[in-house]
Design a protein around this ligand. Structure first.
Ligand SMILES: *Cc1c(COP(=O)(O)O)cnc(C)c1O
Length: 396
């Protein structure tokens, strides 16, 4: 039986390779950070991690995790509602709600699970989900698991959203669903306008703050802070795997009854293991650190501004960003790959993206800034961009 299937898979793999879409893993032998060492011995400056606040290798988080290993052991060996809820899980849930100004929080093993498990318990075939066309794969999958009517509006297009809201008046309840930051451009969802439309057309809002929590807004409370809408959004999802420490874990935070129903019915919560106590402990420490000081957010914002300015002066074409994601536009797919490969030889690790990850003729290099970067790291990256940019005729 396997022989035929094996042939089929081998052809699929060859087709992926031929299309230039084969994903290779680069193996890192050092902790995550501004500077990393690959197992082949090369050292590179890292500009492609979601390590926005540089917490992935933070000594205070490591210490908190180690301490929890000693006091709470290694794993829970249970889902939350059987015997997988520890004091650290409850404390972290409360801290996350405090941080975002929401009423309650439910933890998941990942935000993929938070998004996968949020719609089906809450909405039925009588209801409507109105989703941004560029939403994350986990939102798309979550929507698929739910019987609600589906509407899709063009990315951040408020006229289109309004059209869809009018159509969705046919349903009982409506929810608008959007990523807070779109990861290929770095732009934010226009939550102020979305909120106005939601009020006008009697809709709720769910926002996924994965790339914005810890990053966007003066104190890193995300896009709800940017638009002064703290406490007004029904559902916020986020990850502990990006700015918030970079290990693993996700959450849904928002209105009390919504979180309560999720605890009763959300399948990834009911049927998948609890996060390890050490991850919860490090999460608690992380929120405490962010509540005490705004140092890391300030540094990240300054770094992003510094990089953008220097690149623009050199004549590079950058998408306006409202996050720590910057897109250096090259338009041509092949050029984006050649440029990124040459940057790696210069010790700068970035990724070139092209169709179908971004629209046709919109190839780019994505540069992700971090509070872990020092000025000299950014200077080195900009110098490498200048050298390769001139070599490949992108800038003069
Ligand atoms: C990264 C990401 C996720 C998935 O988060 P995990 O915790 O890694 O599963 C979900 N949504 C968005 C918008 C993301 O960027």
């Amino acid at each position: 039986m396997y022989k035929n299937f094996q042939n089929h898979l081998q052809k699929e793999i060859a087709a992926i390779e031929e299309a230039g879409l084969y994903k290779h893993e680069r193996v890192i032998g050092s902790p995550q950070g501004a500077e990393i060492e690959l197992t082949d011995g090369t050292r590179v400056l890292n500009f492609c991690a979601n390590n926005y606040l540089g917490l992935s290798n933070n000594p205070k988080l490591i210490e908190a995790a180690k301490e929890a290993l000693n006091t709470h052991g290694y794993g829970m060996s249970s889902v939350r509602f059987i015997c997988g809820t520890g004091d650290l899980h409850k404390e972290l849930e409360a801290k996350i709600a405090d941080f975002f100004g929401t009423e309650d929080t439910i933890l998941y093993a990942a935000c993929f699970d938070a998004n996968g498990g949020v719609f089906e318990p809450l909405l039925t075939a009588e209801d409507a989900i109105i989703s941004d066309s560029l939403n994350h794969a986990s939102i798309i999958d979550g929507v698929r698991l739910c019987k609600a009517h589906r509407y899709r509006y063009a990315n951040a297009d408020m006229a289109d959203l309004e059209e869809k809201l009018k159509e969705a008046q046919a349903q009982r309840f409506r929810i608008i669903v959007t990523d807070a930051v779109f990861s290929m451009d770095g732009n934010v969802a226009p939550l102020d306008k979305i909120y106005e439309l939601a009020e006008k057309y009697d809709a709720m809002i769910m926002i996924d703050e994965c790339h914005s929590a810890g990053v966007v807004g003066k104190t890193g409370r995300g896009v709800t802070e940017l638009f002064n809408l703290e406490g007004k959004i029904e559902i916020i999802t986020g990850t502990l795997g990006k700015a918030f420490g970079g290990a693993i874990g996700g959450f849904t935070t928002g209105k009390r009854e919504i979180i309560e129903i999720l605890r009763q019915r959300s399948r990834p919560y009911l049927f998948s293991n609890s996060i390890p106590p050490m991850v919860a402990a490090a999460g608690i420490k992380m929120i405490d650190m962010m509540t005490e000081t705004n140092e890391l957010q300030d540094k990240l914002h300054a770094n992003t501004e510094y990089f953008m300015k220097k690149m623009e002066v050199l004549g590079f074409d950058l998408k306006p960003t409202e996050s720590a994601i910057t897109a250096v536009m090259l338009y041509d797919a092949k050029l984006s790959q050649e440029f990124a490969a040459k940057l790696l030889k210069e010790g700068i690790y970035v990724i070139g993206f092209y169709y179908p990850v971004v629209p046709k003729e919109q190839a780019r290099i994505r540069v992700q800034l971090s509070a872990a970067h020092e000025k000299e790291h950014i200077d080195k990256a900009v110098a490498a961009f200048e050298k390769i940019g001139k070599e490949l005729g992108v800038i003069k």
